[in-house]
Design a protein around this ligand. Sequence first.
Ligand code: ZN
Ligand code: ZN
Length: 191
Amino acid sequence: MVKGKPPKPKKCKACSEKFIPRNTLQTACSPKCAIQLAKQLTQRKQQREEKERRAAWNKRKADVKPLSHWMNMTQRAFNDYIRARDGDICISCGSTTAVSYHAGHYRTTAKASQLRFNEDNCHSQCSACNTHHSGNIGPYRINLIAKIGPQRVEALENNNTPHRYTREELERIRARYRALLRELVKQREAA
Ligand SMILES: [Zn+2]
Ligand SMILES: [Zn+2]
């Protein structure tokens, strides 16, 4: 008399053929497939280890990058958001037909780094005003007051507390503005 249930057919993990296993541990249909399977497992393990090694290496590389690298990446993300928020209109001269627009800081990133990621301090600006007229700052101020009100402009002008950014903080700011940009694009596509 046969004890228990007859063994159910199993799919061979190497060749995918159905077979009747001799015991529950058997996962391959034949010695040939068992060898093949062992090889695959070793290969997968090696691939996993290689991936882990590469991730560790990338992390080490990121750790030694200077802060300026993260600053630039974050500034780009912030500026991209500002450009998308405002569209093609110059805060200084009001032009809407310039060849290109930049994110122009009211108080420059060089002189007021604490305001480099401040949304009140940065607006779309035509390339001529941004680069050739060093910000065309007189009209910038007038139009900025019209746009956000005198209190907020004064708050910018009175903010002189230097700020030291950490890499973690820059990464957080970058992630935030990438998300805001994605959200903005999605909203506009839905509208
Ligand atoms: Zn097999
Ligand atoms: Zn302009």
